[in-house]
Design a protein around this ligand. Structure first.
Ligand code: SAH
Ligand code: SF4
Ligand code: F3S
Length: 479
């Protein structure tokens, strides 16, 4: 099958920068791409002789991986940096403090003014240079900045560095070529660059050899992957290739843009064994007037055509959306359109955000942030209330069904229960059976009770309903 990971992998870089054994501590804010980047940074540090610690007080290097998408995300980090001041009770004396990721990329040197105790600021690709930057700071105690976004990011991932054994994120593209007027991401992550197909297949194969059953392919507009390669493969081609990897059980992908599903995408992926019919494809707003001011490049009607095509091929496809409330100039009538479209498209899940002007984005430069905070709050709550109603309805329909659950481990709220995710990405909880280790296993669970956000059930002694329909490699139902 695929290549096996070498246990004694040579460091890909920075060998000359090896440091004596040190401990690194990570705190990660923001999206899944940031979670993956923290794993890559951890790998780079391990290759230079670091181990990881979960205790900030023991760390020689404290790394904060940051998000800039809304003001609130940056504020959280700034107040956290305050707590990490030298002389406080959190950090070991002499330890090095590094800020990496989107906030580093956006603010660069300015951050040393806001937080003079920072030692390192690195961006969304240069974080990979942490070992060398750390060694420099230790040598002369001068701060370091690394913000180059221009080079290719072709860092060879070692599958051993990941936070969960049975699931993994795989970045298939970085950056974004669009210019949604509210969004800071194109600034912080640069232009779109796709990873070649074979590189992705090899990475997923190595992950599967190391126990991964579910991969989530990451990209800002993940369904525009591949267009610059010879023959213009698309996400559907990639999903079909990954489907052939024996041992891989599920593929997910986030985030899609409504415009970029290529010809017959839904029909082509429908029968793939690993395809999970839960698709995050943000509409952002229900009013064409607002979509235009956001420069989202589609109308509600165009989105509707995409949904129709998806549901024609996959009637029970579960769609998820992001929404922004309080975008500049949003009227009450515009907001009513968002509420109506949420119902019309019958979303399975939604994330609702209050508009936050980001420095130097087109909307910040050209439009006043004119919706009062209280209106943003109310509109946000109204959308959330409709989504709760829809989610409850979707979950009610699952009562009595037996679903395949990939078990993540002990439930956070109740140690007598295990929790996992269904193919449609719903959290499912069930009683922990005695004497069986089920973490990382696919288990059929019959749903007996639901809330709007979770499913509760019991282990079934028959295969899951959806599995019986699919041409599967035998599922590992035995504990
Ligand atoms: N690339 C993805 C995700 C971008 S960030 C996409 O385009 O869909 C995740 C979400 O944050 C966005 O979908 C949007 O809903 C929200 N968001 C982005 N910028 C924002 C801003 N300035 N204010 C409020 N929400 C924002
Ligand atoms: Fe935050 Fe967006 Fe950057 Fe992710 S890509 S870390 S959500 S700003
Ligand atoms: Fe790109 Fe998404 Fe923004 S498509 S411009 S990152 S909202």
């Amino acid at each position: 099958m695929s290549s096996t990971p070498t246990t004694e992998r040579q460091p890909v870089s920075l060998q000359s920068e090896r440091v004596p054994h040190r401990l690194a501590y990570f705190e990660t804010y923001g999206c899944q791409m940031n979670k993956l980047d923290s794993e890559l940074a951890e790998q780079a540090l391990a290759e230079a002789g670091f181990s990881s610690t979960t205790e900030v007080s023991q760390a020689d290097l404290v790394v904060i991986n940051t998000c800039s998408v809304r003001d609130h995300a940056e504020h959280r980090v700034l107040s956290r940096l305050g707590v990490l001041k030298p002389g406080g009770d959190q950090r070991k004396e002499g330890s090095v403090l590094a800020l990496i990721g989107c906030m580093g990329q956006r603010q660069g040197e300015q951050l040393f003014k806001a937080a003079p105790h920072l030692d390192i600021v690195a961006g969304t690709t240069d974080f990979i240079r942490l070992p060398e930057l750390y060694a420099g700071v230790v040598k002369d105690r001068h701060h370091r900045t690394a913000l180059d976004l221009s080079g290719d990011f072709d860092y060879a991932r070692d599958p051993r560095f990941r936070s969960e054994r049975h699931r993994a994120f795989v970045s298939i593209m970085r950056g974004c070529d669009l210019h949604c007027t509210y969004c800071i991401v194109p600034t912080t992550r640069g232009p779109e660059v796709s990873v070649p197909l074979q590189t992705i297949v090899d990475e997923v194969s190595r992950l599967v050899d190391d126990g991964v059953q579910e991969v989530t392919l990451l990209g800002q507009t993940v369904n525009s992957w591949g267009k610059q390669f010879k023959g213009e493969p698309d996400l559907g081609d990639l999903l079909a290739q990954l489907d052939r990897i024996e041992g891989l059980k599920r593929t997910r992908f986030i985030t899609s843009h409504p415009n970029f599903f290529q010809d017959r995408f839904w029909e082509r992926v429908r029968d793939l064994r690993t395809f999970c019919p839960y698709v995050h494809v943000p509409l952002q707003h229900g009013s064409d007037r607002v979509l235009k001011r956001m420069a989202r490049l589609y109308t509600v009607d165009k989105y509707r055509c995409m949904v129709d095509e998806a549901r024609e091929s996959i009637p029970d496809v579960a769609l998820a959306s992001d929404w922004i409330v309080g975008f500049p100039g949003e009227t009450e009538a515009d907001h009513q359109e968002s509420l109506a479209r949420m119902r019309e498209f019958d979303f399975f899940h939604s994330y609702v955000f209050k508009y936050s002007p980001r420095p130097n984005t087109p909307s910040e430069r050209r439009m006043a942030d004119d919706i009062p905070r209280a209106d943003k709050e109310r509109r946000c709550n109204e959308l959330l209330a409709v989504q709760t109603e829809l989610s409850q309805k979707h979950n009610d329909a699952l009562i009595g069904r037996t679903l395949e659950v990939l078990v993540d481990g002990e439930s956070k709220k109740n140690p007598d229960r295990l929790s996992g995710r269904t193919r449609l990405n719903r959290a499912a909880h069930f009683e922990r059976p005695k004497g069986r280790e089920l973490t990382g296993k696919m288990i059929p669970v019959t749903i007996t009770r639901v809330t709007a956000h979770s499913l509760f059930g019991e282990i079934a002694d028959r295969p899951a309903d959806e599995i019986r329909k699919l041409p599967v490699v035998a599922p590992d139902y035995r504990g």
